[in-house]
Ligand binder design. Structure first.
Ligand code: TRP
Length: 451
């Protein structure tokens, strides 16, 4: 009988929540509710954490960070996240994370961070205003992607559910992991972003996306009275009772839909067509939200009034998470050479010498009579594949050209090459860089042989 370890090892799903605000209905519908549901899947192991080091980058109000940490933790637990079943912890309770951040910092190109969207947006804004490009940009903002990379790589996460704005950060984490592995051997897992397409974007009180920055939110755990007041403030048009209403573009309708069943939604659509008054529609929405939220409210309030209990839950989660983090950081320290002076470096240095040719071009001819080439990395994965050339000479010229190409010019080659599956230009450029370094080394070795 054989046991397949890949089958028994669960997929690790990890995501972080920055602790700067109070959870609102948009967070509930877009992140908390789907994540709590997904956490029940027995094929996955969930890692959910409060990204309070990240919060420091955006917020310098200590009381707000503390309060937000409590509110977010209490909300997730009240919404059904089971801390016994998943890893639920506070980032700042894991000292291995900042330690890994430094190890990653040392393998991350500064140029990679220069290209991060959030940093670039700040620089662009400064440039447009005629300020120093880095005015008011903290080194923390610049380093944000590395800290996030450490969050993810620390726990060898496979899947990272995030919003679209975070995809670039996951790609950077992949880059950091492959740079580290390239230099020190296979220690880190390359994560993948997961974008939940089906999750509704909830409109806020004014009809724009519900967001703290628009000040149009409905807090998830408002009291019933507050909830009633906020719902009465949702924008509607001025149609009177008895006049048919449009469901399309109605924030009230969309919020209702995010909570209701298909049947309930159809019933409200019918009521709209039949001219339900806005006051009555708002009452229906209030009752529907209450039906889902009220049962969770008692536990939320209990946790909020017992912060020590939440501390205890988070510390227990951190202890569990550190059972994974501590051995990995030990392994990584050893790998980079932070190790006992008396220890032999054999296992890790061996990994490095075993790594043979970094990448190579292979030329071949296909049945169609055309000449092709591909760039293959040390593990045999195809980094890129050319389109067909009519002669081997043309293919050879294209290879020569590619070897001279800088990362930033690679996009211009789009018509000649197809990237390997799941790869971006940075992966390919790295393969090329490694190849060039190898050729330069060989040339040097040859030179010294001659003298
Ligand atoms: N940057 C993420 C956000 O703003 C929060 C975050 C921090 C995160 N570390 C993470 C998300 C690790 C996923 C994985 O939403």
């Amino acid at each position: 009988m054989t046991t397949d370890t890949h089958q028994t090892e669960r997929t690790r799903v990890l995501t972080g929540i920055t602790t700067t605000g109070t959870p609102h209905l948009g967070n509930y519908v877009g992140a908390i509710r789907p994540t709590v549901r997904a956490s029940l899947n027995p094929a996955t192991q969930g890692f959910y954490f409060l990204a309070d080091y990240h919060a420091l980058i955006k917020c310098d109000e200590p009381a707000r960070i503390q309060r937000s940490t409590l509110e977010i933790a209490a909300s997730w637990i009240a919404a059904g996240l089971d801390p016994e079943r998943v890893m639920f912890y506070r980032q700042s309770d894991i000292p291995e994370i900042p330690e890994l951040t430094w190890l990653l910092t040392c393998v991350t190109g500064k140029g990679l961070l220069n290209r991060a969207h959030a940093y670039k947006a700040s620089v662009d804004k400064n440039n447009a205003a005629g300020n120093d490009p880095d005015a008011d940009v903290s080194a923390g903002l610049f380093m944000y992607p590395v800290l996030m990379g450490a969050d993810i790589l620390m726990f060898k996460a496979h899947k990272v559910p995030v919003g679209r704005d975070q995809i670039q950060h996951i790609e950077m984490a992949r880059d950091m992991a492959s740079s580290f592995n390239h230099l020190y051997g296979e220690h880190l897992v390359l994560p993948e972003a997961v974008i939940e397409e089906s999750v509704a974007l909830l409109p806020g009180l004014d009809g724009r996306k519900m967001s703290k920055s628009y000040d149009n939110t409905i807090p998830l755990f408002s009291s019933s009275a507050q909830l009633k007041k906020l719902i009465s403030g949702i924008v509607t048009d001025s149609r009177a009772p008895g006049e048919a209403k449009d469901t399309e573009g109605s924030a009230l309708f969309q919020i209702y839909q995010a909570f209701a069943t298909a049947q309930e939604t159809a019933a409200l659509a019918k009521a709209y067509a039949e001219g339900i008054g806005w006051g009555d529609a708002k009452q229906i929405l209030l009752e529907r939200i209450e039906r889902e939220v009220a049962p969770m409210r008692a536990q939320y309030e209990e946790l909020i009034s017992n912060p020590a209990k939440v501390d205890a839950i988070l510390l227990k989660g951190a202890a569990k998470a550190r059972e994974l983090a501590t051995p990995l950081i030990k392994e990584l320290r050893h790998a980079v050479g932070l190790r006992a002076l008396a220890s032999s470096g054999t296992p890790q240095t061996a990994a490095k010498t075993v790594r043979a040719a970094a990448a190579s071009f292979k030329q071949y001819r296909e049945k169609d009579g055309q000449f092709y080439f591909k760039l293959v990395d040390a593990q045999g994965s195809v980094l890129l594949q050319s389109l067909g050339f009519s002669s081997p000479k043309d293919a050879g010229l294209a290879i020569a050209q590619l070897q001279q190409t800088e990362v930033k010019e690679m996009a211009d080659l789009g018509s000649q090459i197809v990237l390997g599956e799941g790869l971006n230009l940075v992966d390919v450029a790295k393969g090329l860089d490694a190849l060039r370094a190898e050729m330069a080394e060989k040339a040097k070795a040859k030179g010294s042989n001659l003298t």
